[in-house]
Every structure is written in C-alpha cells, then in structure tokens.
Design a protein around this ligand. Sequence first.
Ligand SMILES: Cc1ncc(COP(=O)(O)O)c(C=O)c1O
Length: 427
Amino acid sequence: MDERTAKLLARRERLLGAGAPLFYDEPLHIVRGEGVWLYAADGRRYLDCYNNVPHVGHCHPDVVAALARQAATLNVHTRYLHETILDYSERLLATFAPHLDSVLYACTGSEANDQALRIARHATGHRGIVCTNLTYHGNTTAVDAVSPLFYGRVTPHPDVRTMPWPDAYRAPQGLAGAALCDHYLACLDAAIAELAASDAGFAGLIVCSIFANEGLPDVPAGFMAAAAARVRAAGGLVIADEVQAGFGRTGTMWGHDLVGFSPDIVTLGKPMGNGHPISAVVTRRELLDAFRHDVMYFNTFGGNPVSCAVASAVLDVMEREDLLANARAQGDYVRDGFRRLAERHAVIGDVRGAGLWIGVELVRDRATREPATEETRRIVNRMKERGILMNRIGEFDNVLKMRPPMPFAREHAELLLATVDEVLGAG
Ligand SMILES: Cc1ncc(COP(=O)(O)O)c(C=O)c1O
C-alpha cells in the first residue's frame, strides 16, 4: 500500500471508526466518475461493473443540469404546493399496475422500507413480518430486524420470522420444479402460522423482488405468485422491495413484473436519483389514505423539488437512451459470454440474472458445488488490479456480483469478458 493510501486510511479510521466498511484488500481512492468509468486519484480509470446507483451513468450531464437548474431556482420541503413532485409522481405511477396509484417520498431505501412496514402494520393491525433468512432491507431499527444478512441465521426479533430464500442451485433434497416451489411455500406457511399464533399476528411478507442480496437465485417458476396468494389468504400484505431490482435494472421496469407477482406495497431507492438521495413507497390509494389519516408522516428532504427534478431527469435519460432494451441486450451478451467461458474454466458453476444484474457462482467442483469462496475474493481483487470493478455476494460469498451503470455497451461487455478470461486463466 502506498503512503498516500495508508495516510487516508488512518485518517478515515480516526474520524469514521475502524469498522466503516471498505471494498478490496487494498482500497480504491476514487476522485471522478463519467458514464461507466470511475477515475482513481492516480489517474487510472476503472470500468464500473458494480455500481447500480449511478443508473444512467456517473455524473450524467442531463441529470447534473436538472439538479443545478432546480437548486438554483427553489429547494424547499413538501408542505407548500409545487408542481415538480406532482409531475414526477404522475410519470412514476404510470409505470406501475393501475392498483399501485399513490406514492410517499423519503430519502433512502431503508426509510422507504421502514414506512412500508408501518403501512402494512397499520393496515392489518398486526406486527408480524416474514422475510428471507439472507436478506438486507436497510438500517433503521425496524428494518434491521428484517435484515438477517449480517446477523446469521437466528430469528432477529419476536415480530419477525424468516424463511429460506428460494435456492434452485443448491436445492434442498435435490428438489426441482413444482416440488421445490411447494417446499418453499410450506416454509412460508410455517412462518406465517407461527406469527399468527403469536402476540404479533401476521402483517405481511417483505422480499426483494429478485432476491438480489440472497445471491440472485433463479426463483422457481410460479413461486412468488403463489407466495403472494398465501400471504393475502392469511390476511397479510406483500411488500416488494425494488430498491435494487427496480427502474429497469433487470430489463423490465419492475422486478415483480419480471418475477410475476403483484405486490400491495413497493419500495424504491438507489437508482431513482442517480446518486441523489430520493426514495419512495408506492402503494394502493386506500392504504396510503388510511395511513396518512392516522399517522403524521413528514420527511424534511423527501420529495423536495431538487430530488424530483433529478428523478425526472433520470426517467428522461432512460427513455431517450432506451436503457431497458440496452440492459436486456448487453446483459444477455454478458451471460452468454460467461457460459462460453464456463467451457474453459471449471470454476464457473452457474450464470444467473436478468438484464444488467449478473450473478456468476464460482465452485471448486461442479458436481458437489463446493463454494469457491476464497477464489472469488481473489478474482474480485485481481479484476480490480486489471481495471474492472465488481464484487461478490451470496450465502458463501462466492457469487460474482455485477450491476454496471445502464449505458454499459458492447465494448464494455467485451472488455469485462476478456479480462475475466485472463484472470481465470491465471489461476
Ligand atoms: C434490497 C435493498 N433494500 C434496501 C436497501 C437499503 O437502502 P439504503 O442503503 O438506501 O437505505 C438496500 C441497500 O443495499 C438493498 O439492497
């Protein structure tokens, strides 16, 4: 590590605490971003295959201009009348099924999920929530309780029950198809029944529509539609966390449409403002009206004119640059490329995902599916040394995680695949 990096690290630890997370064995000092590229302090550029928040590209000039324009005109909270929030809300809600017709704004995905839990609890009169055993929905006290990813497999809170995330690659008892689906539905039923029998009662299910933090599994066909039906039959509501899945990341505007289920409440964040902090809860009118009637929800920054101008510019760029179609085309090209690489590199066990959310599971042995955890860590670091940023995820931290900014083009995909080939070939 050079002297400059070591000094920066020591300063950071002194000011932010020693546990503040950082990527890579040797952290990167980034000073500028443009499109799909990040530039380090030493002048080197890195192809960003990791960051989904700069959705339409780092520092997109149209988004920056919209931000600057509105910031120079007015920025104030939402307790005055203003068109921007309404114009944006109409555009946003038009992308959802008709029953999802009302929106509440916040600043982070955690806040959006926090309000979604409140709305579900308010509507049902119960507290109990089911989530998966390897998920992350955010960092508030309430949301932390439904985020066992960083807490192991224990039930984190008396109002929460976890169920196993649907894993088709390491399926329990070798189950597949309808039998696998039934297995996970039985797990959901058991979690619901436990809550219903407890003081908490059952308020609903919260899931990331594509199970991104679980390692982006191939969700068994029909599972989520059947799960949503069971949640409703038990009197609960379905919350789809689209903080990672949403805004066309998968090549479909919303992950729940891709996976095939209909939520009662949807939460949005990360890519919504291309890095500017704006998030939202989208739900049915009667749920939001009832909630607002009894709860004074106000968010000092949520939905302010600058945030809404930025979020609107993001939608403009997505449309103008046809980024959903690009996500489908380039994502499929990358997945096909990894499948071809699998013919030469036995460590590639499974290639998954949709659009520009790409997961590649690495194994020591394809037959036993022994996770190649340490190898994955090494590969991620070596890719960085060769100028490409990605990371890893999954139960065993052995899934390469790639979610590049959406203007990711064919030439970037080719560079990614050629570099992975080189790194895997080097052993
Ligand atoms: C699926 C999901 N939901 C919610 C969050 C929390 O979002 P935020 O960090 O904006 O609070 C995250 C963050 O990683 C996430 O991945």
